[in-house]
Design a protein around this ligand. Structure first.
Ligand SMILES: Cc1ncc(COP(=O)(O)O)c(C=O)c1O
Length: 407
């Protein structure tokens, strides 16, 4: 008999193998101070491009005031238990109404964590007769949801509509035999590459194939569309998204998530999603904090406008220097370089130490083996000076790695 721990002694895993050199720098770094455009790393103030506080609302004074009031009245951990048993409040339901109306859906369900929501929602929606068709670059929470599915599943090449239709056809051949249905899943904005999912093209195939569309818009909610309700709004197809999901952990600078769609579907999810029935309710600090942040962004597009101004300046500056930003058409700013993780991590550390610029470094298996992705998330709080400082840092890096290392 083998000990399950034996393999752990042999290998730390694809990311863990870099732990000795990378922990504290490109993995598990400690950023201190208020969540903002400037934070402290290794005792020095750095321009921070690593948090998904897109709209800069993490520490908005009006939100902080609400959070203080909640803590004074209810304490820091209210309510307790799952919503079904003891953890529901009128504020959870109020937030659901506001979110549903904002994203133009009949109903919404507020949930405890984004990741759990997504995989558990997939698990709840399908049975063994159904087939899932999903973009190969989908986030881990989607992949984990698909792993729970006991029926067939097909991936299609990232944003490739020929591959998508081919796999829809394969799915259709199966459901014609099983009598099941098809669930299509994509991201609204792919969080690593910054490329929007091709929602419009996907939706256009609804006239030829029967399927339901689930969109994970974690990076689109609050950032895309003229009123900020996401990639469906941006592409004019919000109506055709059957289930809309977003985390509250990015534009809403908070914790939690939500699903929105038709009343009867949301009711089914509310009474059947295991991660919510058997998991703790979202805390009131997050619920009321999100209500306030939502009110702020519904009253003004100022935050989204500032975010986009910064994103455009940062992206055009990096391109001018000569970096490859792939196909991003969102605020997510990926800088692709070729090289080995240790060498690149030294450059990233140097950028932090000498230029006081902090960005994340993403390695295999999140990106292909010979590629390193430096990922920058602009926010509404960044300043022109922050961007100039960052472009200087990247110019310096470019001189060090040489053009041949740019993909
Ligand atoms: C596309 C996508 N979906 C889901 C999640 C999970 O959300 P949460 O962090 O709220 O668990 C993330 C978070 O990184 C994400 O990027």
């Amino acid at each position: 008999m083998n000990d399950i721990f034996e393999k752990i002694e042999k290998h730390d895993g694809p990311i863990g193998q870099w732990a000795n050199d990378g922990e504290g720098s490109f993995m598990f770094p400690e950023l201190e101070g208020n969540l903002s455009n400037k934070m402290t790393y290794n005792g020095k103030e750095v321009v921070n491009w690593s948090i998904n506080d897109y709209l800069g609302l993490a520490n908005h004074p009006d939100v902080t005031e609400v959070e203080i009031q909640v803590t004074k009245k209810w304490g820091g951990v209210y309510p307790m238990g799952s919503r079904m048993m003891s953890g529901d409040t009128s504020y959870h339901r109020k937030l659901e109404k506001k979110l549903a109306s904002f994203v133009k859906k009949e109903a919404a369900l507020v949930t405890n964590f984004g990741y759990q929501t997504m995989f558990s929602c997939i698990d709840t929606l399908v049975n063994r007769k159904d087939v899932i068709v999903y973009d190969i670059d989908c986030h881990a929470c989607i992949i984990d949801g698909v792993r729970l599915h006991i029926g067939k599943r097909f991936t299609y090449k990232h944003n490739d509509m020929t591959s998508f239709e081919k796999n829809l056809k394969r799915a259709q051949q199966i459901t014609q035999k099983t009598g099941g249905g098809i669930l299509v899943i994509t991201e609204g904005v792919f969080g690593m590459q910054g490329e929007q999912g091709k929602l419009k093209e996907i939706v256009s195939l609804k006239k030829d194939y029967d399927f339901r569309l689930l969109v994970d818009d974690a990076h689109g909610f609050g950032t895309m569309g003229s009123s900020g309700y996401g990639t469906g709004e941006e592409q004019g197809v919000q109506d055709a998204i059957d289930i809309y999901f977003s985390t509250l952990g990015k534009s809403m600078s908070c914790v939690g998530g939500f699903l929105a769609g038709k009343k009867e579907v949301i009711k089914y999810l509310k009474y059947n999603m295991r991660s919510q029935i058997f998991g703790r309710s979202l805390g009131l600090i997050s619920v009321k904090g999100t209500l306030k942040r939502l009110e702020i962004i519904q009253n003004s597009t100022e935050y989204k406008d500032r975010l986009w101004k910064n994103a455009r300046m940062l992206q055009s500056g990096l391109k001018k220097i000569g970096f490859n930003l792939g196909k991003t058409n969102s605020c997510v700013t990926p800088v692709y370089i070729k090289g080995d993780p240790l060498y690149t991590s030294r450059l990233v550390q140097e950028m932090r130490k000498e230029h006081h610029v902090f960005c994340s470094m993403v390695i295999y298996p999140v990106v292909p083996k010979d590629i390193i992705l430096l990922r920058l998330i602009p926010t509404a709080n960044h300043t022109i000076k922050d961007i100039e400082q960052t472009l200087n840092a990247f110019s310096d890096i470019k001189n060090k790695i040489g053009c041949k290392l740019l993909v």
